[in-house]
Design a protein around this ligand. Sequence first.
Ligand code: X8Z
Ligand code: ZN
Length: 625
Amino acid sequence: MKIAVSIAALAAALMISPAMAQQAPAPTAAEADAFLAKAEKAMFDHSLISSRAAWINSTYISDDSDAVAAYFGAIGTTMTVDYALEAAKYATAPGLSVETKRRLDLLRTALTLPAPTTPGAAQQLNDLSTRLQSTYGKGKGTLNGQPINGSDIEEKMGSSRNPQELKEMWLSWHDNVGAPMRGDYAKLVDIANAGAKELGFADTGAMWRSKYDMPADDFAKLTDKIWAEVKPLYDELHCYTRTKLNEKYGAEVQPTTGPIRADLLGNMWAQEWGNIYDVVAPAGAGDLGFDVGELLKAKGFVETRPDQVDGPDTPEKQRRGYWEKQMFKIGEGFYSSLGLEPLPATFWDRTQFIKPLDREVVCHASAWDLDNKDDLRVKMCTKINSDDFVTIHHELGHNYYQRAYNKHPYLYLDGANDGFHEAIGDFVALSITPDYLVKIGLLDAAKVPGADKDLGLLLRQAMDKVAFLPFGLLIDKWRWGVFDGSIPQDKMQEGWTDLRLQYQGIIPPAPRDETKFDAGGKYHIPGNTPYTRYFLARILQFQFYEAACKQAGWKGPLHRCSFYGNKDVGAKLNAMLEMGASKPWPDALQTFTGSRNISGRAMTAYFAPLQKWLIAQNKGKSCGW
Ligand code: X8Z
Ligand code: ZN
């Protein structure tokens, strides 16, 4: 069949005059700049209201707040898709500045979940994503048959050493929270993929991989290359940990060979294993003599009881959230010691420090900047333990970054890449050394572990930092596969379990079939937060830390270095933070570290003595799975 379309008909369809259709003039560089200014203003203005709707939704989940958040989210999606499509028109304008090109590119990849321009698609996508996130927030597991909420079950997975209890919590969480999301998630994938295609990407995963100042395929290769650098260290840690778990629980629970049972590692997702340090601690060098959570409690920090109600006469120090807030004050103190401005008063008024008594919230910690300026907040259900002490520094890293780049145009209000954003607070938290804890009065000088405890300190750190690496990588290996169809929608569970086995060497405590959706039990899947950022951050934070310790003139073993109080480091850090997303990330990396390459070398150097020791411990064992 031949289709004939006249210029006049085409012009009518496009609502332009026939003369324009014949010779639509190429846009000029000035028009591209005017377009960007208009788009940035509209997106900035919209974000002021939509981020407030999202905050309310996350801190007060209800059908109504879901509807309001999805409503504003859909307007934002539609607006950004329209601008991203329009940006393509200007991309080839002659004489564009480097800056203009960069902002047009950033606009094209700005959305995490794009929708197609089909009427109703943006609303449907936002309805789905809001519902998924709220389902996660309201999620409960069981312990001894009783319901237990997300933040409590997370804590209990860290402290329980009872394999029956652990199995119950793991299975109930994944069954109750993950499995019901399966249908919604599949629909969301289809809509987002249709949106990504309209924007010129093969699928949503390809769009996510296009945000790193290099071709998408090169980025995927880069992550594999970094993984190859650090995998030998992970393999030794896996082997050693499996031996210790076998010694503790016996072969019935944890065999000497093969994968590790996922619920035994002190974390619901087996992503960080530091909570079972007591199980793996080496004889002699194992007792570090302190745990930050215990130190805080010994100093009188009292965790808010879930059922605690304040009255008008309750003294300040006994009010809900008082001590959790003080943990944030310690975190702020670190950043202030580097010369960064204190947090604004509104931070202390508006932050959600603890889980509220009377409503459902999304407990997974996050850092917010509500006005793209200085309305900074954290949303967290803080517990008084060492995990959350680190998480506080992590979240504050986001807030200080947000404030440092707040003078830029809208499209530059972001990290150099998302891995940078995730790395800042973690890099700061690497400075929480025994000597630092003495300086801030949490640890007695006499209790600082000596050099004979170096291996123990490194192992404690590796259980969190090294154990995380394959997890940090596989989440998006799974999602990229679901987006590009190499993991079909009727095999989403199998694809997940396979990747968990392949990369982490872990298996679920009971067989899983395709009625399940274990991926949904991890916040970032229903929350639609790309995850490769955390893999990058795990690597980058050691590069930042090595550089900061060098700037500070540190001479001892790297893991004992704390740059607390060093204003030179702070000034240099701020120079990188202030850049925001205005320059390609290698420029930002160079500003702080002198290097333009992301590499696992700094991390493997930090852990080199431990790796040597682990190899010796594992001698004669058949490692791997
Ligand atoms: O999600 C987070 C932060 C929020 S940006 C608490 N993290 C990842 C996770 O919990 O899975 C920090 C480490 C990895
Ligand atoms: Zn983060």
